[in-house]
Each structure stands twice: as structure tokens, then as C-alpha cells.
Design a protein around this ligand. Structure first.
Ligand SMILES: NC(=O)c1ccc[n+]([C@@H]2O[C@H](COP(=O)([O-])OP(=O)(O)OC[C@H]3O[C@@H](n4cnc5c(N)ncnc54)[C@H](O)[C@@H]3O)[C@@H](O)[C@H]2O)c1
Length: 346
């Protein structure tokens, strides 16, 4: 049973953000502008970053989550590095604070489950930041395949190395978005995993070709890497009666339908909205808190996607010993010299 939040003075929900780096600064920007919300503060041990964001948005800046909570908050979004999610989430939950945890939910399935169990015991809302679900192009694809017999899904998510690297590779950083999309598009669990990984430049995998089969029999494929000079994100879905192509960056979604025996077919562009995905996601979080309803992306869904991503990595270390010559296993610091033009977002 999740408690709905008591609104503060003026009916505003008091929100805070923990970790205001690349992603958290965007959380704070969007929250500062949301109706029915007051961004009361942010927390980040990096003073420069903290001051930058708190001054720009006119909210309090704190060095740690405890100080942010002591200032009085109803809910917090957690966008600190993934290995800190468990500790930060449990701290918030202990104080009865509703949380949105950035993807992936945690560093391990066990940590993710600990967050879920604590949130359930405390009766607080727990939502996971799988923001791609709120991309209007993804929403249009989801609508187009409703009631269709889905046969296969292919997703491409490639680009250059991010400017600031965490200690995870492309599977945990990027493919986890698409694992979530495959599970969501098909309303089914992934039951078979066939990963191909390689580390061309980095210590961790920087190229991954992942194949899956869902319990419902859908075949799915993810092509992801940090070795492409430009960002590309595309989804194609083949159903028995339609073929849908979506570009998640330009937000153009096209469907082919009416297949004829002579090979002809019809084609149309689908109507796609313009909303900023992060804004829609945070609105959904606020709405779940206010109504005391299950959030759009649950902790269980976050753990399920993380579990599949981790299965993709099983055996990786053994394989790397065999396939990666020492000259290729260069230091991670090399990544900083790669063109950092790609944003870290999705
Ligand atoms: N949904 C998406 O599309 C998306 C995109 C990027 C990152 N993320 C996720 O967001 C999280 C952060 O990633 P990022 O790229 O913004 O990282 P980042 O390194 O840019 O920012 C992390 C921030 O957290 C701060 N921090 C460190 N320890 C902290 C602590 N104890 N308490 C509070 N803040 C602390 C750091 O000082 C830094 O400012 C990760 O979990 C990542 O997977 C999600």
C-alpha cells in the first residue's frame, strides 16, 4: 500500500534532487518548472556543481542527502552514480520520502530488490527513471503495435563515448533502456539471452550485439556501441500485419501496412507528440505520489531489466581474456580524448 503525499502549503509537492551532474541537473531544471511542485533543494558533494545548479534554479544546495531531507521534502529524485543508488534510496525511504531512482535501479539485482522491499515496507512510491518510455516516438510505436501480433523488434542505440565515463559499459549504460523497451512493447519477460560483446577501446564492453527471445515468442535484437561518431537511436517492429520504423531522435514514426500478394503495401507517418520525455516522466512520478497509485515504471520492472542486462554480461571477463589482445585493453582515461560531443542522456 503506497501512501499518497500530503501536499505542502499552497498544495505544492516539495521535491529535491540528489546528484546534479549531467542527468540530475536536468531533473532539477524540469522540476523547477513543473506545476504543483516546488523544487526545494538539491544535494551534491561537488560544491562547484551544487552551487551552479542551486544558483541557476534558486533553490537550496546541500552537501548530502541527509541535509536535503532535513530541509523538508516529500519526494526526491536520485541521479547520483549508480553504485550509490541503494544507499541513497534506503536513506530516503527510511525518512518516508518518495523516490524516483535513475536507471539502472542499482548496481546489482540484490541491491535493487533491497530498495523495492524497503519502499514496500515504508509505503512510499518508488519509480525508476526509464525515461525512454516517455519519448513520444516510443509512445507512438507502443500505440501502433497495440493488439498486433509482434514478431520481432530491432533497436539501435549508438554514438560516441560519453564525456564523463562511469564504471559501466554499454550494456548497463545504454542497452538497459532497450531491454526495458522490449519488455514493455511485448508485455512479456525476456527468457533467452544471446549476447555478443567486445571492448574495442575501453576496458569494459563498448560494443554489444544482443539477441533475445521473450516468453511470448518475440525475437529481439539490440545493437549498441560507443564507437559511432554520431548518435543514432532507432526502433523497428515487425508484426504479422505491420512494419513500424521509428527514429527516437527525429521522432519520426512510419508504419507499413496492407501488405498485398503482389508485394505492394501502404505507408503512413504516425502522429507523434512533442513533449520532453523527462518532463513527462517526472509528471508521472508526481502524479503517482499524489494519487497513491503504482508508478509508470515500477521497481520490479527496473530490476527485471537490470537482471537481463547482467545476464548479458555473464562470462564477459572470461571471454575478454581470450579475445582482447593487450594493446586493445587500453586505459579508460583514453575515453576522455574521444570526441565528447554525445550527450550522456539515453
Ligand atoms: N535516464 C537516462 O537517460 C540517463 C542518462 C544519463 C545518466 N543516467 C543515470 O543517472 C545517474 C547519474 O548519471 P550522470 O551521467 O548524471 O552522472 P554524473 O557523474 O554526471 O553526475 C553524478 C552526480 O552525482 C554526484 N554525487 C556523487 N556522490 C554523491 C552523493 N553521495 N550524493 C549526492 N550526489 C552525489 C556527483 O558529484 C555528480 O555531480 C546514473 O545512475 C546513470 O545511469 C540516466
Amino acid at each position: 500500500m503506497v501512501h499518497s503525499a500530503k501536499a505542502g502549503a499552497g498544495g505544492l509537492l516539495r521535491l529535491g534532487v540528489v546528484g546534479v551532474g549531467v542527468m540530475g541537473a536536468n531533473h532539477a531544471r524540469v522540476l523547477a518548472d513543473l506545476a504543483e511542485v516546488k523544487l526545494v533543494g538539491i544535494a551534491d558533494p561537488d560544491q562547484k556543481q551544487r552551487d551552479l545548479v542551486s544558483k541557476a534554479l534558486g533553490c537550496a544546495g546541500h552537501a548530502d542527502v541527509e541535509a536535503l531531507i532535513a530541509g523538508g521534502v516529500d519526494a526526491i529524485t536520485i541521479a547520483a552514480p549508480t553504485h550509490l543508488h541503494r544507499h541513497l534510496a534506503l536513506t530516503c525511504i527510511r525518512h518516508g520520502v518518495h523516490i524516483l531512482v535513475e536507471k539502472p535501479i542499482a548496481s546489482s539485482v540484490e541491491e535493487g530488490r533491497a530498495i523495492i522491499a524497503a519502499a514496500q515496507r515504508a509505503g512510499v512510491t518508488l519509480m525508476i527513471g526509464h525515461v525512454e518510455r516517455f519519448n513520444p516516438a516510443v509512445e507512438a510505436i507502443k500505440t501502433a503495435i497495440r493488439d498486433e501480433d509482434i514478431l520481432s523488434i530491432a533497436i539501435t542505440r549508438v554514438g560516441p563515448f560519453p564525456p564523463r565515463m562511469s564504471n559501466v559499459g554499454v550494456v548497463i549504460d545504454l542497452a538497459v533502456h532497450d531491454i526495458d523497451l522490449i519488455r514493455w512493447f511485448t508485455d512479456s519477460d525476456i527468457v533467452e539471452v544471446q549476447p555478443q560483446l567486445s571492448n574495442a577501446i575501453a576496458e569494459r564492453e563498448d560494443i554489444a550485439l544482443l539477441q533475445f527471445r521473450t516468453a511470448s515468442g518475440v525475437l529481439a535484437h539490440i545493437n549498441t556501441n560507443w564507437l559511432t561518431p554520431f548518435k543514432a537511436r532507432s526502433v523497428t517492429v515487425a508484426t504479422r500485419k505491420k512494419y513500424i520504423m521509428g527514429d527516437l531522435l527525429t521522432r519520426q514514426v512510419t508504419e507499413c501496412f496492407g501488405f498485398q500478394p503482389d508485394g505492394s503495401y501502404s505507408m503512413r507517418h504516425l502522429s507523434v507528440g512533442h513533449a520532453e520525455p523527462l518532463r513527462s516522466e517526472l509528471q508521472a512520478f508526481v502524479s503517482a505520489i499524489r494519487l497513491g497509485k503504482p508508478p509508470a515504471v515500477t521497481g520490479e520492472e527496473g530490476v527485471a531489466s537490470l537482471e537481463i542486462a547482467i545476464r548479458c554480461l555473464e562470462g564477459r571477463d572470461a571471454e575478454r581474456c581470450v579475445t582482447a589482445p593487450p594493446t586493445q585493453a587500453r586505459d579508460l582515461s583514453m575515453r576522455e580524448s574521444v570526441d565528447p560531443s554525445g550527450l550522456v542522456t539515453t
